[in-house]
Design a protein around this ligand. Sequence first.
Ligand SMILES: [Zn+2]
Length: 236
Amino acid sequence: MPEIIEGIPDRVLAIYAHPDDPDVSCGGTLARWSRGGAEVHVVICTKGDKGTSDPNVDPAELARVRSGEAAKASELLGIAEKHLLDHPDGELRDDNALRGELVKLVRRLRPSTVLCPDPTAVFFGEDYFNHRDHRVVGFAVLDALSPAAALPHYFPEAGPAHQVETSLMSGTLEPTVWVDVTATIDDKIGAVSCHHSQFADGGEWARRAVRTRAEEDGRRAGVAFAEGFRRLRLGA
Ligand SMILES: [Zn+2]
C-alpha cells in the first residue's frame, strides 16, 4: 500500500536552488500544509540570473524579475517567509560555506520537516538530466541536516543544535511517500504560472506538465493528484 502523509507538520523549511523550484517541486504540498496551519518557510539559494535562452536579457534584471515572480507565487501558496541566499545561478558549490548558511537557517527556524531536491536523481529518461544546482543543493541540505545542524560542535557560531525529524526529497525517481494535493493542485499550477520569465509559450506547456505529473503520482498513491517524495527519518 502506498503511504500517504496525512499529518500537517508544525514548521516546514523548503530549500531549493532557483526561484521557481519549490513551486514546481512541492507547491501542492506547501499550499496544503500552510492552509492546514503549518508555518512554511522557503529558502532560495541562487538568484536564478542565468535562467534564460535569450542572450539580450540582462542577468541582473532577470534576477529582479524572477524575485518578483517568486514573491507572487509564495503569496499564493501561503508561505510565511522567504529567505534568499543570492548565490550566482549555476555556480552553487557544495562546500562548508553553503552548509554553514543552511545550518544557521535550520537552527534559527527549527523546522520539523525539511524539503529539498533528491540529489541522487540525475537522469530523467532521455530528455532531461537534473540541473547541477539541484544536485548540489540536495546534498548540501542533507549534510546540513545530519549531522551538522544536530551536533553542537559543527558550526558552533550558528546557534543551538537542532534535530530535524523528517526530510522529504522531491523530484525523486524512488518515491516512498506521497502527499495528496487534490485540494491544492490549482494553487500549485497558479504558483508555477507566476514564473512568466521561464515560459516561451505563456506557460501552457508547464501547466499541462504539472497537472500530468501530479496525476501520475496520484495514480501511484491512489488519489486524484499527489506529490511523491523520498523520505528520510532523521529524528529519534
Ligand atoms: Zn531549478
